[in-house]
Design a protein around this ligand. Structure first.
Ligand code: PMP
Length: 397
């Protein structure tokens, strides 16, 4: 499709997202998703039953407890209190509930955070490989996306490359840790150094650079690890969170944006977030989800089981000869395709009912992403197929 009947900006985004949209709507995976017996590692979607505590939480709030139970709900002050307290406990940074806004997931959080800081033509740096929608969201907010690759050797944030990418027009950087798709958790030292780089650059520019910290996976951590936040080191940080990962219920939309304690001109920023949320299409979570926040915040998926799947997958793939990242958090790992064109590899696996995401759709051609939200049975079924594919692809013909 050429999208000539659509407005120019939207058509550009559609063309940019073309490979992703094609994959999600037209690939072999799109035709087969949900079938029993396949090994589906494509998205961070649940394949196990939902947490019973999640269902109980919603059942508890379903009967109306007041006449305004289903009224228009912006950010419920009680929900803001609960999430600010929880985030403060997780991070050791004291977040103030007055500077939290409840959002319809991290999608909306990222979008309104960008709208609140970006002027037309401002550059916004993002770390590549990114979550699919960063560049398009930056453009929708009027900004110019600037991609900075991770250091692929170390699979870690590349501070020198970030420093080199900063110009007088840089307005913000999106940092995503734990990082989708590599699973890397950026260290406190790296975030501290990033803060120093941004402070120097902001002083030079006479205008401060904001950090939009996408912490969607901040509670999906392995080996008892902690997840440092840039908010501990850098005042102008907007923390973006979603419950969709922690509860593995991405179809139920609730998250938030929290401003770091020393965020400059916080009242204005809150007014900006509020306006952006209303105008973006009432980007608040549904009232029922906000009523359930006490229970929801206390629930988390079984991390030991997720970690066991990580261990099995990484060990199995490496034994078969693959190079993979070793996730410290998130649902994902990236794997180097044994074929330069990873689509051929993806197709080969799909012939045997194993489905993975091609790297081209997340700016990493030559790699694939595997989601560990697939079940252990899927992993056991898939590992011999991965091994056979590796052997087949490397056999000279
Ligand atoms: N950021 C990252 C890094 C993600 O992986 C996702 C979901 N895949 C989101 C944001 C959006 O989260 P949600 O759909 O819960 O809003």
């Amino acid at each position: 499709m050429s999208f000539t009947s659509l407005p120019h900006g939207l058509a550009t985004e559609l063309r940019e997202l073309g490979p992703l949209v094609d994959f999600l709507q037209r690939s072999r995976w799109a035709q087969r998703a949900g079938e029993p017996g396949i090994s589906d590692f494509v998205l961070g979607n649940p394949h196990d039953p939902v947490l019973p505590g999640f269902t109980r939480a919603l059942e508890r709030v379903l009967p109306p407890q007041a006449s305004n139970w289903h009224a228009y709900q912006m950010s419920d002050p009680h929900a803001c209190e609960v999430v600010a307290r929880s985030l403060s406990e997780q991070t050791g940074v004291s977040f103030d509930p007055a500077f939290v806004t409840m959002t319809n997931g991290a999608f909306t959080g990222l979008s309104v955070a960008l709208q609140t800081v970006v002027e037309p033509g401002d550059e916004v740096i993002y770390i590549s490989p990114p979550w699919f929608f960063y560049p398009s969201m930056i453009r929708r907010a009027g900004g110019v996306p600037v991609s900075v690759s991770i250091d692929w050797e170390r699979i870690d944030i590349d501070l020198e490359a970030i420093e080199a990418a900063i110009t007088s027009r840089t307005r913000a950087i999106i940092v995503n840790s734990p990082h989708n798709p590599t699973g890397k958790v950026f260290s406190a030292e790296a975030l501290q150094q990033l803060a120093e780089i941004l402070t120097r650059a902001s002083n030079r520019n006479g205008r401060s650079i904001a950090i939009i910290s996408d912490e969607a996976y901040r509670r999906i951590l392995f080996d008892g690890r902690a997840c440092p936040t840039p908010a501990a080191f850098y005042p102008q940080t907007l923390v973006v969170y979603t419950f969709g990962k922690t509860l593995l219920t991405p179809g139920e939309r609730i998250g938030f944006v929290a401003l770091a304690p020393e965020y400059p001109q916080r009242e204005e920023a809150m007014a900006g977030l509020f306006a952006a949320q209303v105008l973006t299409g009432y980007g608040f979570p549904n009232a029922l989800l906000q009523h359930a926040i006490d229970d929801l915040d206390g629930e988390i998926i079984d991390l030991a089981s997720l970690q066991a799947k990580r261990d099995r997958m990484v060990e199995g793939l490496r034994a078969a000869g693959y190079r993979t990242s070793e996730p410290e958090g998130t649902f994902y790992l990236v794997v180097e395709s044994p074929f330069a064109n990873e689509w051929e590899f993806v197709d080969l696996l799909a012939q045997d009912d194993v489905f993975v995401l091609p790297g081209t759709v997340f700016d990493a051609p030559g790699y694939i992403r595997i989601s560990l939200t697939g079940t252990m049975e899927m992993i056991e079924r898939a590992l011999p197929i991965f091994a056979a594919a590796h052997a087949e692809l490397l056999t000279p013909v």
